[in-house]
Design a protein around this ligand. Structure first.
Ligand code: BDP
Length: 716
């Protein structure tokens, strides 16, 4: 009898207490899990200054409901009048119902800025979140909630935030058939076939996540563009997405295929100076804005990797960009014109070509054109010097393009936190206007006095449940948003904030996770492309090592083109005796990098071609140093896996296991990279391994024989 009663109690408990929801990463950094020590402050109620709240204000209120239900078990009550302990929300359009004494001065916070501070109310203290715009207020609400969720005591807070960069965009490289070029998280989240009839709730969740980190623009389609997206049938679908994004302050942008007037309009030319072409684009812009009044503009890849462009008609990039800019200008749209160009016929060192093309055009672009430049002059490699255009375009606003998806850093399987890579670029000194002329100051317009500023990140989002393929790749999406908002933020602090929101607020666990993240990118550099080596990845898909490839249609797509290893020497001479790419940088960088003695180890073989027995500052030979870096990289990958294992029991089991599996793959692939690289170098230089270094597991033929026809994310 007693036993039966016990079973009944157990059964009842099982029914009444639902098992904790397994964590699958869907909620990203917005889990609003109560911090370990409990939330330090619970407002008494919420008060808004609005008589008729906008959609954006309603999203802010919804967010408070979601967050407090999760953090404290229940929503905050809404009150009409502010009292002690209230949380007061105010923006320029949402002030009037507050008493005069509580109406904050919101001017000066800027379009997207916000303030959070303590105020006196009802004889006690209250917290005010204020934005000049409703979107600014929404950003403030997210910031406040994430602080609470990390366990921060918000009572004494006095925060004033304005984004340093005006346009903070994700660039999706998503095709209309849902294949994502360089996507490693499944298909595109845009279900074009079903839009606009079915507006997947995931679109709103996506907008919500972006808004929480300040992203205010999304280019929906691949830069290798399909003109179909500009047809009325597709514009209707785009409109449906724009409607979902609008309350979150996110504008939609489209990639414009330069030959669209021919493909869609039946014109005989796409010459930017042709009157009919201009009219076609003007009509297209008018058509778009009639449906999407806040349309952001066009992102264009032209005359690059086979894409059509103005040069097909003997016109310059400026003439092409300006024609589109004129079509958008009456509506306030912008053209983001990519500088990622290199010509198929051009024998010039590929890393020099963008500068060669664009530098002479400085000052020739319309005010609503921004030239979008990748962080380095080659192509999103694990390490490159910063792009020389950042130090060379005084009269042209430049957008910084980063790649969040890890095409060249181990896809979504390898843990590589990119915050450190991006900070390296942002804090690099271009010396364009003397010392301190950092890339960050060029990009945020401080140096050039540009009002049009932008940062774009090539998205890593797909339909995978966890959005980005791996849990740790969510950190790269998050870090991109944070750095676009504030390029001066520290990679370490961003990693810590992300990890606290994503996994746990336990300080010891956080120490481990942050340490893992902070060393992860350097680990990848070490086992893939140490000492300034670059672009050694598999042909087409870029998966795994393929250092031996030297015979593709284009020389500058082969790894050999970049490493040039022979029996005597290795590296690309970019000094005066070689391609002289170093001359594209300002002094004193030019002199520093032209001299092997003052070139840092990490850029050595990028700028110099050196004998294998060249003596490094460490005293080791170049060959020994190279092998040491590979071994270090493998060791670091092993350490990552081991550090994670040490967290077992402190991370929810599903995500723990997922990350652990990926780290195992990374470990194996790090060894593969090291072994295949060493086997190849030895086949070229005939040198014995340094003492103590293990021979590669297989011979070179084995590594050469590996094929991956179905590797994800391939280009067309
Ligand atoms: C390269 C990618 C290719 C892109 C290109 C670009 O391999 O898929 O189309 O960049 O940025 O890194 O246009």
């Amino acid at each position: 009898m007693r036993k039966q009663a016990l079973i009944l109690v157990a059964l009842a408990a099982a029914i009444l207490v639902p098992p904790a929801m397994a964590e699958d990463g869907y909620e990203l950094w917005l889990r609003y899990d109560a911090p370990e020590a409990g939330i330090p402050y619970l407002p008494a109620d919420v008060v808004t200054g609005c008589t008729a709240p906008s959609e954006t204000i309603r999203k802010s209120l919804d967010e408070l409901d979601i967050a407090f239900t999760s953090l404290a078990g229940e929503k905050l009550p809404q009150s009409r009048t502010a009292g002690q302990g209230s949380l007061i929300l105010a923006s320029a359009d949402c002030l009037s119902s507050l008493p005069q004494s509580l109406q904050p001065d919101v001017t000066g916070l800027g379009e997207d800025g916000y303030a959070i501070r303590g105020v006196s109310s009802g004889g006690g203290k209250a917290i005010l979140i204020a934005g000049e715009s409703d979107v600014g207020l929404l950003y403030g609400v997210f910031d406040f909630l994430m602080r609470l969720s990390r366990g921060e005591d918000v009572r004494g807070l006095s925060v004033e935030q304005t984004p340093a960069v005006k346009l903070r965009l994700l660039n999706h490289w998503d095709n209309l058939d849902r294949h994502v070029e360089r996507g490693y998280a499944g298909q595109s989240i845009w279900n074009w076939h079903l839009l606009p009839g079915r507006v997947d709730p995931r679109y709103e969740d996506y907008a919500h996540a972006n808004a929480s980190i300040g992203i205010n623009g999304v280019s929906l389609t691949n830069v290798n563009a399909d003109a179909t997206v500009l047809t009325p049938q597709y514009l209707e679908k785009v409109t449906a997405l724009a409607d979902v994004f609008r309350p979150y302050g996110i504008k939609v942008y489209l990639t414009a295929r330069f030959s669209a007037p021919m493909e869609l309009g039946g014109l005989a030319t796409a010459d930017p100076l042709d009157e009919d072409v201009h009219e076609w684009w003007q009509a297209k812009a008018d058509e778009i804005y009639a449906e999407i009044p806040d349309f952001g503009g066009f992102l264009v890849k032209a005359n690059s990797e086979g894409q059509p462009g103005p040069q097909d008609y003997g016109r310059s990039h400026a003439e092409g960009a300006n024609m589109l800019a004129d079509a958008l200008a009456p509506h306030g749209g912008v053209v983001m014109w990519r500088a990622f160009v290199y010509s198929a016929e051009e024998p010039e060192d590929r890393v020099k070509q963008a500068y060669t093309e664009f530098k002479p055009l400085d000052g020739q672009f319309r005010d609503n054109v921004i030239v979008q430049v990748k962080n380095g002059p080659l192509d999103f490699q694990p390490r490159e010097p910063f792009h020389p255009l950042f130090g060379a375009m005084e009269e042209t606003p430049l957008a910084l393009e980063l790649q969040i998806t890890k095409e060249y850093l181990g896809f979504s399987t390898h843990l590589a936190y990119l915050g450190t890579l991006w900070k390296e670029v942002l804090s690099a000194d271009t010396y364009a206007a003397g010392p301190g002329s950092t890339v960050a100051k060029v990009v945020d317009g401080e140096l050039t006095n540009e009002a049009l500023t932008a940062m774009a990140g090539v998205s890593n989002v797909g339909v995978d449940r966890n959005w980005t393929g791996s849990h740790f790749d969510q950190a790269n999406w998050y870090a991109f948003g944070r750095l676009a908002w504030d390029p001066d933020a520290s990679a370490n602090a961003i990693a810590r904030d992300w990890a606290a929101l994503t996994f746990t607020t336990d300080p010891d666990v956080l120490d481990t996770i942050v340490a893992m993240m902070m060393q992860s990118r350097e680990a990848v550099v070490n086992y893939m492309t140490p000492l300034g080596l670059t672009h050694l990845m598999g042909t087409g898909h870029h998966y795994g090592p393929a250092l031996w490839v030297d015979d593709l249609d284009r020389a500058d797509w082969t790894p050999y083109y970049y490493h040039r290893a022979t029996e005597d020497a290795i590296g690309f001479d970019r000094t005066e005796t070689g391609s002289n790419a170093v001359a594209q940088y300002a002094e004193p960088l030019r002199e520093k990098w032209a001299d092997v003695a003052t070139t840092p180890d990490e850029l050595l073989l990028w700028f110099h071609r050196l004998p294998w027995d060249y003596e490094m500052t460490s005293g080791r030979s170049l060959w020994e140093e190279l092998v040491r870096h590979y071994d270090l990289g493998v060791q670091q990958a092993e350490d990552l896996a081991e550090q994670w294992q040490g967290l077992e029991g402190q991370i929810d089991p599903d995500r723990f296991a997922h990350v652990a599996d990926y780290l195992e793959i990374q470990k194996q692939e790090a060894r593969w990279w090291r072994d295949a690289s060493i086997a190849y170098w030895q086949s070229v230089n005939g040198l014995a391994l340094p003492e103590g270094a293990a021979p590669p597991t297989h011979n070179l033929d084995y590594y050469k024989s590996l094929e991956f026809p179905n590797a994800p994310g391939q280009g067309d």
